[in-house]
Structures are given as structure tokens and as C-alpha cells.
Design a binder for this molecule. Structure first.
Ligand code: PEP
Ligand code: MG
Length: 555
């Protein structure tokens, strides 16, 4: 038996076959060739193959997803057939004697640069299409087959790392467990696994997994162990763990329908974090008090074009209707950093976590933002909706966003579409700037929700994607963070607005008492963490709310 240990991200046991996923990366090296005619022929052949493939993709997409979505493949065809594009490649092969794949790669690079400088949002968003088209051409020049991740049976999905966009392309109903070599427990793929109840382990170690294709294994998501070819003794232990965990889950069910109330009578709202409609089932199963964070950007991920206003409207409306009048906080699109959306065509950045992401991106692309705002406002008449703006750093961002909300309302009025005038607008506290300015920001906000995943990374200068730093900080007190949270609560309450925590730390039972004593009014967590949190809250006594937490945080 072989045991590989990593960091547990979501508990659960899974037994099955390992499936190793390796994303396609074209390797192109600079090569000079003598026979330019032959090279032009290779390019011509690749072009024909790519066009035929796109025709096929268009026909299939037309049947499966409709004309709008399928149109992307026609755009890809137009790019390949574009005169200027083709002649640049020709020139590089015929005059510069570059190999065909290198000529395509260089032409794509120049064009992508030109696209990123263009003032039109439409042109900018075509960079990702350009990359797709060139990858397709290069693949045919190099005579490589296209790799698609189609899971035909249930497997344990293994990868060096997984990006949220990759995770979204996979049929997760066929994923028994996720195991990665790298990654961090605050990464969005880990968060997604947790939200979807998929046992997951990260940080199993560099390049070990790639050697373990197609083997039978057990994932122990409680301890973070991947067990390959397990012996009898290990199987017995795993069975025992599974039985004990099932008993615990059964006992937790007793807490359904109960209030999250401390021994001395303080009621704390516990909401669910979701990333899409599927997760709503888990949220409801676990008796959530509502949705405290709907990560709406996942609607934009794992696809090749922007979701239209109507598609978004139906999605948000379903969440509101299915939750039956309980509060639903939908966070406006929070893309960028690890949630990279290819078709946005964002320029490559040195530090994407400090770059064009989140509210910044939305304010830079007001038309795109207003499409989402219109969809949200239209959905507002179907339930108890609140909007939440991420990564706020100053009051002007809130004012600009509110101005766009007003413009979106104006557009809906012109179309005679109903919306609720009084939809609350809150903000996420995720930056040190937002904490320092929280008194001022509270005057412009209906509520605060603390995103500890980002706040922690910006306060402690600690990249949330970096597993090594995660181990470095593990077990240390979150003293600085607690001070920031205390200050946020004080300023929120001074201005009469509530505060919740919706980052992963909100489910850390060792910190619940501190959070509540500091004045946090609500917690929003992964669905499976709702009942354990409820059980824990019901054992707490907060009479001396503040003093103890203040002392621990050094306030
Ligand atoms: C956070 O930063 O804590 C948060 C909830 O947002 P996300 O994890 O999606 O960045
Ligand atoms: Mg965040």
C-alpha cells in the first residue's frame, strides 16, 4: 500500500479509480526552416483541419446549447480566415523562415497585445478567442489530438492544481473526490469542493500524482490521506471512520429546525455560501437561514462567452424563489486573480491578486456590470434580495456602483420591467483600507460582510494560494485579523448596520466565540458547516461579550 498525505480540504471517504487531468499546453520553440513552401503547406493543412473542426463544433453546439452560444465558433472561423491575420503568418514563414507553429504563436502574441490596447471592450474580450484559435492551429500543425476532459464514469480527479475555470468545465457529478499536488485550502477550487460536498485533499506533493494514473485508491478527506492499493487493515480502519462520521452526521440532523442561539439568549444568523444553483440543494438540506454569499462570478466561469441578462435573471430568480422568502445576498461579479475568465481578455499581470479584479473590473466595464445589475434588479421582485459589492477600498467605489445601479433601474423603467426600489446594498470588508475607513463606508452601506479569505491575505501579506504559507501561519493566533474585525464591528454598529463573516474562517469553531464576542452578528459558511456551527453556538455564553475577545485580540 502507498499512502500520500496532503492537507484535508473537505471530509469524506471516496473509493474509486484515479484520473489524472493535465491541461493542454502547446509548446512552441523558435525554429528556422529552409523549405518555406513545405511549411506553408503545413500551415494550410492545419488551417483546413481547424476550420472543419469548428464547423463540427458549431453544428453540435447549435443542437445542444442554441444559436447564441454556438456563434462563438463562427467568430473563431472568421478569425482564422481573416486576411490580415493569415498574411502575417504567411510573411513570417515565407520571409522570416520561421516554422509554421512559431509563426502562428508570434502573430497571435502581437495581435493579443494590440487587442489589449484597444479601447473597445468587445475587441479586448476577443483575446481569449484569439488564444483558442491559435492553440487549435498549432495543435494541428504539430499533429496533436485535442484533449477534452470528459468523465464517462465516476473517478477520483487528480491534478497538479485546478483553476476554477477548469473545475467548472468538468462534470462534477462524476467526481468522487479531488486530489491535487499543489493548491491551498482558501483557493476557489477548494472552496468549490467544500460547497459541493466533494472530499478533497490538496498539497499531496509535487508531481507524485502524475505517476499514479488509473489506479484504484481511497481518499480519506478527513485526514488528508490518499491510499493507493490499501491493505486489509487500512480498509477496516477506513470503514470504521466512515461509520463514525455517518453517526456524527446523523446526530447533527437533530439540530435542523433549531435556532442558532447562545446559552444566554443571543441569536446568530447562520447563512450558506453557494457558487451556483446546484449548491442550493445542500444549503436547503442543511437548513440554512438564507444565502449569505452567492459567488455570482461562477456563472461566468467555465464557458466561452458572457452570460446574457436573461440567463442571469433566471438564475438569480430561481435562487430567490427556491429559498422561499429567506434573505439572499448575491455578490456582484468578483472575477480576476485565480478566477480568471478567459473571454474577458485581461492582460497578464505580475500580481493578479493586486490587479484588475472584482469591483475594479466591474467599474472599468460599466456596460458589462450594468447587464448584471439589471438581471439582479429584475430578480429582486421574486424574494428577499440584497446586493453585495466585493473588494471595496473607498467610498467612491460604492458611490460609482450605486450610480450604475440607478442607471440600470432607469433602463428597466424604460423597458417597463419591474424591480424593487429598496434592494439593500452592502459591501465586503476584504481590504485593510475598508477596515480603516469602515466608519465612513458604513454610512454608504446597508451591511458589511467580512471576507476573511482576502482580508487575511492583505492584512498578513499572505498569498491565499500559497500552501507553504498556510502551514507557516497555521496554529498562530489571528491577532491582527481579530483587531481588524473588532474595528469593523464597532464602526458598523456605531452606524446601525449589521456585520457578518462570509470567509472560510467563519466556520472555524475555534474562533466562533471570539467573532461573536467582538460583535459579529451573522456567519455565512459552506452548507455542510451550518449544523456543526449551530451545535457549537448553542454551547456558548457571551455575557461578557467584548471583554474576553478584546483581551485576546489585544484591543
Ligand atoms: C473572501 O475573500 O473571504 C470571500 C468570501 O470571497 P472569495 O473567497 O470569493 O474571494
Ligand atoms: Mg474575496
Amino acid at each position: 500500500m502507498l499512502r500520500l498525505s496532503g492537507k484535508p480540504v473537505f471530509g469524506g471517504i471516496a473509493r474509486g479509480r484515479l484520473f489524472y487531468f493535465q491541461p493542454d499546453e502547446n509548446e512552441v520553440t523558435k525554429r528556422l526552416i529552409k523549405d518555406t513552401a513545405l511549411e506553408l503547406e503545413r500551415y494550410g493543412y492545419a488551417k483546413d483541419k481547424a476550420l472543419a473542426e469548428l464547423d463540427e463544433l458549431y453544428t453540435t453546439a447549435l443542437e445542444k446549447i442554441g444559436e447564441n452560444e454556438a456563434g462563438i465558433f463562427l467568430i473563431h472561423k472568421m478569425l482564422i480566415e481573416d486576411e490580415a491575420f493569415a498574411s502575417q503568418i504567411h510573411r513570417r514563414i515565407a520571409d522570416d523562415h520561421f516554422s509554421a507553429d512559431y509563426a502562428v504563436a508570434q502573430t497571435a502574441r502581437d495581435l493579443a497585445h494590440a487587442f489589449s490596447k484597444n479601447s473597445s471592450e468587445y475587441i479586448k474580450s476577443r483575446s481569449a478567442d484569439l488564444k483558442d484559435v491559435c492553440d487549435r492551429l498549432i495543435r494541428h500543425i504539430q499533429n496533436k489530438a485535442e484533449k477534452r476532459i470528459e468523465l464517462k464514469e465516476k473517478v477520483i480527479l487528480c491534478a497538479d492544481d485546478l483553476m476554477p475555470s477548469e473545475t467548472m468545465q468538468i462534470d462534477l457529478s462524476n467526481v468522487l473526490a479531488i486530489v491535487t499536488c499543489y493548491g491551498s485550502s482558501n483557493s476557489h477550487t477548494a472552496i468549490l469542493a467544500r460547497t459541493m460536498n466533494i472530499p478533497a485533499i490538496i498539497g499531496i506533493g509535487a508531481e507524485k500524482l502524475s505517476m499514479l494514473r488509473d489506479m484504484e485508491a481511497i481518499v480519506n478527506g478527513y485526514d488528508g490521506d490518499l491510499l493507493i492499493d490499501p491493505d486489509e487493515e487500512t480498509i477496516r480502519t477506513i470503514n470504521r471512520i466512515e461509520e463514525e462520521e455517518a453517526k456524527k452526521r446523523e446526530l447533527l440532523k437533530r439540530f435542523k429546525g433549531r435556532r442558532n442561539i447562545t446559552l444566554d439568549g443571543t441569536e446568530i444568523q447562520v447563512y450558506a455560501n453557494i457558487a451556483g444553483l446546484n449548491d442550493l440543494n445542500y444549503a436547503l438540506e442543511n437548513d440554512c437561514g438564507g444565502i449569505g454569499l452567492y459567488r455570482s462570478e461562477f456563472l461566468y466561469l467555465g464557458r466561452s462567452n458572457m452570460p446574457e441578462e436573461d440567463e442571469q435573471f433566471f438564475n438569480y430568480r430561481q435562487v430567490l424563489e427556491r429559498i422561499g422568502g429567506k434573505r439572499v445576498v448575491i455578490r456582484t461579479m468578483d472575477a480576476g486573480a485565480d478566477k480568471n475568465i478567459k473571454y474577458f481578455g485581461l492582460a497578464k499581470e505580475e500580481n493578479p491578486a493586486l490587479g484588475v479584479r472584482s469591483i475594479r473590473l466591474c467599474l472599468m466595464r460599466p456596460e458589462m456590470f450594468k447587464t448584471q445589475l439589471r438581471a439582479l434588479l429584475r430578480a429582486s421582485v421574486y424574494g428577499n434580495l440584497a446586493l453585495m459589492l466585493p473588494l471595496i477600498t473607498d467610498v467612491n467605489e460604492i458611490r460609482q456602483a450605486k450610480k450604475l445601479i440607478e442607471e440600470a433601474k432607469e433602463q428597466l423603467r424604460a423597458r417597463n420591467l419591474p424591480y424593487r426600489e429598496d434592494v439593500p446594498v452592502g459591501i465586503m470588508i476584504e481590504t485593510p483600507a475598508a477596515v480603516i475607513l469602515s466608519d465612513e463606508l458604513a454610512k454608504e452601506s446597508d451591511f458589511f460582510s467580512i471576507g476573511t479569505n482576502d482580508l487575511e491575505q492583505y492584512v498578513l501579506a499572505f498569498d491565499r494560494q500559497n500552501l507553504m504559507l498556510e502551514s507557516y501561519f497555521e496554529g498562530r493566533s489571528h491577532k491582527a485579523l481579530l483587531k481588524f474585525i473588532g474595528m469593523t464591528c464597532d464602526n458598523a454598529h456605531k452606524n446601525g448596520i449589521p456585520v457578518s463573516i462570509c470567509g472560510e474562517l467563519g466556520a472555524d469553531l475555534t474562533l466562533t466565540e471570539d467573532f461573536l464576542r467582538l460583535g459579529v452578528d451573522a456567519l455565512s459558511v459552506t452548507p455542510s458547516q451550518i449544523l456543526p456551527l449551530r451545535q457549537h453556538i448553542r454551547t456558548l455564553r457571551l455575557e461578557e461579550r467584548r471583554q474576553l475577545a478584546g483581551a485576546r485580540a489585544g484591543i
